[in-house]
Design a protein around this ligand. Structure first.
Ligand code: AHR
Length: 500
């Protein structure tokens, strides 16, 4: 089988945005407790934050981090997490049927973002709470001094405001599982009023209204239309959440998950532009894809405890990712980049232990999952302008998406440095694809490096003893001559081709 790509700097979509490489830390399972926070760990600092997790967060290239949820935020009282730790209450977390000890709260999280060099992205509770509590948290975080909440922050050890720019107005309010779930009209009104009041404190905030929890929601599309009808003038983004999994052994459909992500983005953009036309406004609403990943929701590890069992930091959503999962994560990054004109922020859900690219042992080892690698490469190597790539490839039939091209690709062009990077996946489950890339529009480029992540067994998973066997390796088949790049891409693979 053979396929060709054409790369031309004329096909610019928009800039590579650092916020595309965001992640998410929720008070869920072991993401916070024994994830980022583990006071007994040898690398822990005075706050109890693991230094090794901070280092791997940097290696992963995480830009922004959404916090503190997720479903958790819809029952959260943020004031429980400030002040002396020994006086903080423990609370039932209804979202994950757990006990929240409140040892980490907003002040600790802000210190963690400073340590990890990441930008905080805060979510407010619009499930059990409303406008006033969102304003209180905003005052605590962003007002310099001289008011009740800002002075309390100072008393709690933070003389400077945190100046959080991006705020999520609730979480997945379209979902019947959400505490305080609302209709689109109810949520749209509350989000609009919360946004209006928050902007009275700071007109420059970037505000995200809740969009759909997946493209399969019965209200998908209509939810966005109604919510934006209420909030359009007051917000900047509408959120999108999408999780994918191989179901019933249908690897072909799973490998084509990015088709759904593309469809999600174009549908939400159409809904937003419809409201824009109706309101006769110039402003455009962008998408914050603030939860995306592979997630095996049907597995037992995804089910919260029940009955009288309300554990602290239980093992929850600890998916172990294989090579095919990594290829899908790479393909979803291709989709996010390709849609950079509309997707202005994104968060890989989540950062550690919970459906995460890295895993910890409490007090012990830290290791990379297979999905770590495509994310780290894309975050590091996608620089400059995103280029649409023309793909000519054989198609294969999928149960979920019909005929889908075997290859998917995107490129980034760093004009000042003269550096081109092509990200490409081979979705074939059984065959190599011979690749031919037409680079004639960028004469003189030479190959810097070609790497491929693949394995003869695509079900291979990493472990604390071996998290490098499927790290991307040099692809010796790739060569450049006369304005064309040629090479071979193995089945179920993710490749990065760098030229300069
Ligand atoms: O990321 C796990 C959960 O998925 C989040 O809490 C929720 O927002 C989504 O349903």
């Amino acid at each position: 089988l053979s396929a060709s790509l054409t790369v031309d700097p004329a096909f610019r979509v928009g800039p590579v945005r650092r916020r595309t490489f965001g992640s998410f830390v929720e008070h869920l399972g072991r993401c916070v407790y024994s994830g980022i926070h583990d006071p007994g760990h040898p690398t822990a600092d005075a706050d109890g934050f693991r230094g090794d997790v901070v280092e791997l967060t940097k290696e992963l290239g995480i830009s922004s981090v959404r916090y503190p949820g997720g479903n958790f935020v819809s029952g959260y009282r943020w004031e429980d997490g400030i002040g002396p730790r020994d006086q903080r209450p423990s609370r039932l977390d209804l979202a994950w049927h757990s006990t929240e000890p409140n040892l980490v709260g907003v002040d600790e999280f802000m210190r963690w973002t400073a340590l990890s060099g990441t930008e905080p992205m805060m979510a407010v509770n619009l499930g059990t709470r409303g406008v006033q509590e969102a304003l209180d948290l905003l005052e605590y975080c962003n007002v310099r001094s001289g008011t009740y909440w800002s002075d309390l922050r100072r008393a709690n050890g933070a003389p400077q405001p945190y100046d959080v720019r991006m705020w999520c107005l609730g979480n997945e309010m379209d979902g019947p599982w959400q505490i305080g779930h609302k209709t689109a009209h109810e949520y749209g009104r509350l989000a609009a009023e919360t946004a209006r009041a928050m902007r009275m404190v700071d007109p420059g905030l970037e505000l995200v209204a809740c969009g759909s929890s997946s493209s399969a929601m019965p209200t998908f599309g209509e939810w966005e239309r109604i919510v934006l009808d209420e909030t359009y003038e007051h917000v900047d983004y509408i959120s999108a959440h999408a999780y994918y999994a191989e179901e019933d052994g249908d690897l072909g459909s799973f490998l084509a998950s990015a088709v759904d992500m593309d469809h999600f983005v174009s549908s939400v953009a159409a809904a937003a532009d419809g409201v824009r036309a109706h309101k006769k406004l110039a402003k455009r609403i962008h998408i914050s894809f603030d939860e995306w990943n592979v997630w095996y929701q049907k597995r037992a590890e995804s089910r919260p405890p029940t009955g009288h069992d309300w554990p602290v930091a239980p093992v929850l959503l600890e998916d172990r990712y294989n090579v095919a999962d990594a290829v899908v994560v790479g393909n979803l990054l291709i989709s996010l980049l390709r849609n950079t004109d509309r997707v202005h922020a994104a968060s890989l859900a989540q950062l550690v232990n919970v459906i995460a690219p890295m895993m910890t042992e409490p007090g012990g080892r830290l290791w990379r999952q297979t999905t770590f690698h495509p994310f780290a490469q894309a975050s590091q190597l996608a620089v400059g302008e995103v280029l649409q790539v023309a793909v000519e490839a054989p198609t294969y039939e999928t149960a979920r998406f019909g005929d889908v091209p075997l290859l998917d690709a995107v490129a980034t062009w760093d004009e000042p440095a003269g550096a081109l990077t092509v990200f490409v996946v081979n979705r074939s489950t059984d065959g190599d694809v011979r690749l031919d890339v037409d680079l004639r529009a960028l004469p003189g480029l030479r190959l810097v490096e070609a790497t491929t992540l693949s394995n003869p067994d695509h079900t291979w998973v990493a472990s604390p003893d071996d998290d490098v066997s499927v790290a991307p390796r040099p692809n010796a088949s790739v060569a450049v001559a006369d304005g064309r790049l040629g090479g071979t891409l193995p089945p179920v693979s993710w490749s990065v081709l760098r030229l300069a």
